[in-house]
Design a protein around this ligand. Structure first.
Ligand code: PMP
Length: 393
């Protein structure tokens, strides 16, 4: 009898990896150099705050004072006065009644959805919600209806036909791949009409949309609504790390008692907590930064369109550029990188087949010369990738 060694247990992984590599879909972790002359149009640092000295300085000082890690879960030793202050400031800045900080936006979404729904409740979700919301709906064991994309009549129909079950409508405010906006006011009206709660992931709205960057939920006049909950990440426009849920105080209280990603996860590191606080202070002191990010996005989009590319209409800081195929998107992004411009590349399985694209993010700290360089490189490389639909004028 042969001796079992266990060597073959994970052979199936090699088979799958081979298939992915053959389809050109293998993913790669590429460390980012600390100092690089590359032009970054791929990060979500919309306001250029991740390396702002006021933000990094606050993070360093908090580490020295409170320690590198938070040392425990939020209900044991993982809450410092910085966490309480950040919760107060986030609620105050965004106009919500209360806020609760999580270790990431992903954890905030899982926590909010599992705590607010469950078996026997209904979730009506937009088709393009972020992966973390999708996972939250699955983990909740609620009955999920996917109601198209930004399709208010479909959402309304699903709510009207759900019977007596409690219901949550779940959407992103700004959809992360194309940067388009959810019809928040209409969704909120449908929820109000049909006694449902609205959960909005405002990850890409905070710091970009609304008065002084207070987010899309604030802009829609829903920040204090008794039936609306917003989730946030601190890792995009605030340049830090972490997540939060904002909403009515009784909802936040309920999350403290029941959200498993709050209760069983180690609290957010003091450095990240302080960084987010410092970034919020910058936003208050420099309320024009969000508008600058939007201007850069519009400038980038209109110039790329003039050059013959198929570009989304930017309603936030995300600009998406259509690629002819998944392979072309990959080659195009690589060609941009080789010329010092780093762009995001979305292809299956992150997006459905047939809509591969480059995802560009505008930042408030990009100069006119940066935008010009980006447009030149993206259009020149796009011509080789077959993405330019007409000759350049
Ligand atoms: N929601 C959306 C819309 C996002 O884009 C992201 C980040 N990619 C998240 C949630 C998750 O946030 P975090 O990175 O803080 O976990």
């Amino acid at each position: 009898m042969s001796v079992r060694t266990g060597e073959s247990v994970f052979d199936w992984i090699d088979t799958r990896a081979g298939a992915r590599a053959k389809a050109g879909l293998a993913r790669r972790v590429r460390p980012r150099p600390a100092d690089s002359a590359d032009l970054d149009l791929a990060s979500n640092d919309y306001l250029g705050l991740a390396r702002d000295k006021r933000v990094t300085g606050a993070a360093a000082a908090a580490s020295l004072r409170w320690g590198a890690g938070s040392t425990g879960s939020r209900l044991v030793t993982g809450s410092t006065e910085l966490h309480t202050e950040l919760e107060y400031e986030l609620a105050n800045f965004c106009g919500a009644q209360s806020a609760l900080v999580f270790s990431s936006g992903y954890a905030a979404n899982l926590g909010a959805l599992t705590a607010l729904s469950g078996p026997g409740t209904a979730i009506v979700a937009d088709q393009h919600i972020h992966a973390s919301l999708i996972d939250g709906t699955r983990l909740s064991k609620a009955d999920v209806v996917v109601a198209g994309h930004c399709d208010v009549p479909k959402v309304t129909h699903a709510l009207a036909t759900r019977g007596k079950r409690r219901a949550l409508v779940v959407t992103d405010s700004v959809f992360s791949v194309d940067g388009d906006l959810a019809p928040l006011a209409e969704l909120a009206a449908a929820c109000r009409e049909h006694e449902a709660a609205l959960v909005v992931d405002d990850a890409h709205g905070l710091g970009v949309l609304g008065d002084g960057g207070r987010g899309a939920v604030h802009a829609a006049g829903l920040a204090k609504a008794p039936d609306v909950v917003a989730t946030l990440t601190l890792s995009k426009s605030l340049g830090a790390q972490g997540g939060a849920v904002l909403g009515p105080s009784r909802v936040i209280r309920h999350l403290v008692d029941t959200a498993r990603t709050f209760i069983f996860d180690t609290g957010l590191a003091p450095s990240s907590t302080a960084a987010a606080l410092a970034a919020l202070k910058v936003l208050r002191e420099e309320p024009d930064r969000p508008a600058r990010a939007l201007d850069v996005a519009r400038d980038l989009a209109s110039r790329l369109r003039e050059a013959g590319l198929r570009v989304s209409a930017p309603t936030a800081a995300v600009v998406s550029v259509q690629a002819p195929s998944a392979e072309a998107a990959f080659d195009w992004a690589e060609a941009c990188r080789a010329r010092g411009v780093v762009v995001g590349c979305f292809r299956p399985p992150s997006v459905p087949d047939g809509i591969s694209r480059l995802r560009l993010t505008a930042r408030a700290d990009l100069t006119g010369a940066d935008v010009e360089r980006a447009v030149r490189v993206i259009t020149e490389t796009g011509a080789s990738a077959g993405a330019v639909s007409r000759p350049r004028p």
